[in-house]
Design a protein around this ligand. Structure first.
Ligand code: HEM
Length: 404
C-alpha cells in the first residue's frame, strides 16, 4: 500500500448500460465518469456486484502493469461485465497471469513482431489489390464492409496463421458466426468448437516444423512441450478472430473519413502524413463499448488516495486514457501532426494486444488502396443512416454503403 492518505469514502456506483452508439460518438456515460473523478465505481449490464474503474492514462498504466492486479483471478468471480455470456474460460490467454501468460504469448511472438508482420506485407497488398479490382469491376454502389473491410483482414490473418487458401472461406464463415449475435449463442459456440478443432489439426500437422507462420510456431512450441495442444488451438482461435477487430476499427475509420471529406482530402494530397494520421485516428476511434476484461486486486493497493481492497474487481478504460488532456493536449481534436502519440488503443501491460503491428499494417494498406485507387469514394447514404452494430463489445458499422 502506498504512503499517501487513503480515503475510506466510497464513490457512488454508476450503472453503465451498453448504449447503441453510432459513428465515432464518445460514450456519454464514460464522459460523466471521467468528470466524476479518476477512480469511480461502476455496475455493468451482466455479472454481479460492482467494480472500480480508472480512467486516467497514468492510472491505467499502473493497473495494467502491476502484478498485484490479476486476470486469472477473474475466472473465480462472477464480476460485473458487459457481455451476457461469461468468459472464454480458464486457460485462455486473456485469463492467464505471468508466467503462464508469458509462456503462451512468447510462442507466437516472432510472427507478430515488426519483422514477422513485414513478411506478409507484399502478399497482403496483392490480396487487397484483387479485392479493390473486384470492387471497381462490379461498380458503384457497394458495401465497403462486405467487399473489402471484412474479407481483407481475415485473409491477412489466414496468411499469417498459415491457413491454406482452400480453407479461407470456411475460416471467414466461422469467424462471422462466432462474432455475430443474431445467429444465437449455440451456432456461435459450435463454430468456435469447429475452428478450435481445425486449428488443433493444423498445429498437430506442423508439430516439429520450422516454418514461420503461427501454426508452425505453435506446432514447434507443442513439440518442445512448452505449450499444450489445447492451449495452442485456443490461442490460435483468438488470434484468427483478431482480424475482425480490424474490420470494425477500420469501419469506424472510413465512416469518419467519409463523413469528414476534408480529412480524407488531406490524406490523399499528403501521403507522407499517413502513418502519423493513422496513429491519430487509432487514438481517436472509440474501439469498444464500455470496458473489456476486469482484473482482481490480490492485495490492498492505493490509487490516488483510494483503497482498492484485496478481492475487489477493477477495470481500466483505454478509451478515456486516449483522451487524457495531460498526455494528449486538446484530446477531442483530430490532429494529424500529433507527436508524440503514445495512445493505448492496443492496451498496455502484459495483455497488450499482440496484433497491434499487424493491425497498423492492414489499416495503413487499406487507407492507401482505398484513397489512391478509388478517388471519388464517398458515402452512398447520409452518415446518420449507416447501420451500426448493436449489442456487441466492439463497435463498428454493420455495413458501409459507398459510391464513387
Ligand atoms: C485495430 C485493431 C485492434 C485493436 C484496437 C485491438 C485492441 C486490443 C486491446 C485493447 C486488447 C486488450 C488488452 C487488455 O486486455 O488489457 C487486445 C487484446 C488482444 N488482441 Fe487485439 N486489437 C486489434 C487487433 C487485433 C488483431 C489483428 C489480433 C490478431 C492477431 C488481435 C488479437 C488479440 C488477442 C489474442 C488479445 C488478447 C491478448 C492477451 O490477453 O494477452 N487483436 N486487443
Amino acid at each position: 500500500m502506498s504512503e499517501e492518505t487513503i480515503t475510506e469514502i466510497l464513490p457512488p456506483i454508476r450503472h453503465w448500460p451498453a448504449l447503441d452508439l453510432k459513428g465515432v460518438d464518445f460514450d456519454p456515460v464514460l464522459t460523466e465518469l471521467m468528470r466524476e473523478g479518476p477512480v469511480t465505481r461502476i455496475r455493468l449490464p451482466h455479472g454481479e456486484g460492482w467494480a472500480w474503474l480508472v480512467t486516467r492514462y497514468d492510472d491505467v498504466r499502473t493497473v495494467t502493469e502491476d502484478p498485484r492486479f490479476s486476470r486469472q483471478a477473474v475466472t473465480d468471480q462472477p464480476v460485473t461485465r458487459l457481455d451476457r455470456h461469461g468468459t472464454p474460460g480458464r486457460g485462455a490467454v486473456t485469463f492467464l497471469d505471468p508466467p503462464h501468460h508469458t509462456r503462451l504469448r512468447r510462442s507466437v511472438a516472432a510472427a507478430f513482431s515488426a519483422e514477422g508482420v513485414e513478411r506478409v506485407r507484399d502478399t497482403s497488398r496483392r490480396m487487397l489489390d484483387e479485392l479493390v479490382d473486384e470492387l471497381l469491376q462490379d461498380g458503384p454502389p457497394a458495401d465497403l464492409t462486405a467487399a473489402v473491410l471484412s474479407p481483407f483482414p481475415a485473409a491477412v490473418l489466414c496468411e499469417l496463421m498459415g491457413v491454406p487458401a482452400a480453407d479461407r472461406h470456411r475460416m471467414h464463415a466461422w469467424t462471422r458466426l462466432i462474432l455475430s449475435s443474431w445467429h444465437g449463442a449455440q451456432a456461435g459456440e459450435r463454430a468456435r468448437e469447429e475452428m478450435g478443432a481445425y486449428f488443433a489439426d493444423l498445429i498437430g500437422l506442423r508439430e516439429g516444423g520450422t516454418g514461420q507462420d503461427v501454426a508452425c510456431l505453435l506446432g514447434a512450441a507443442v513439440g518442445r512441450g512448452e505449450v499444450t495442444l489445447e492451449e495452442a488451438a485456443g490461442f490460435a482461435v483468438l488470434l484468427q478472430l483478431g482480424g475482425a477487430a480490424v474490420t470494425d476499427n477500420s469501419g469506424q475509420l472510413f465512416h469518419l473519413l467519409l463523413a469528414r471529406p476534408a480529412l480524407a482530402e488531406r490524406l490523399r494530397a499528403e501521403p507522407e502524413i499517413r502513418p502519423r494520421a493513422v496513429e491519430e485516428l487509432l487514438r481517436y476511434i472509440p474501439h469498444r463499448n464500455t470496458v473489456g476484461l476486469a482484473r482482481i486486486a490480490l492485495e490492498d493497493v492505493g490509487i490516488r488516495g483510494v483503497r482498492i481492497r484485496a478481492g475487489d474487481a477493477i477495470y481500466v478504460s483505454y478509451l478515456s486514457a486516449n483522451r487524457d488532456p495531460d498526455v494528449f493536449p486538446y484530446p477531442e481534436t483530430i490532429d494529424f501532426s500529433r507527436s508524440p502519440n503514445p495512445h493505448m488503443t492496443f492496451g498496455s501491460g502484459p495483455h497488450r494486444c499482440p496484433g497491434g503491428t499487424l493491425a497498423r499494417l492492414v489499416t495503413g494498406l487499406l487507407v492507401e488502396a482505398l484513397l489512391d485507387r478509388v478517388p471519388g469514394l464517398r458515402p452512398a447514404v447520409p452518415p446518420e443512416h449507416v447501420p451500426f452494430k448493436k449489442g456487441t463489445s466492439i463497435r463498428g458499422p454493420e455495413a458501409l454503403p459507398v459510391t464513387w
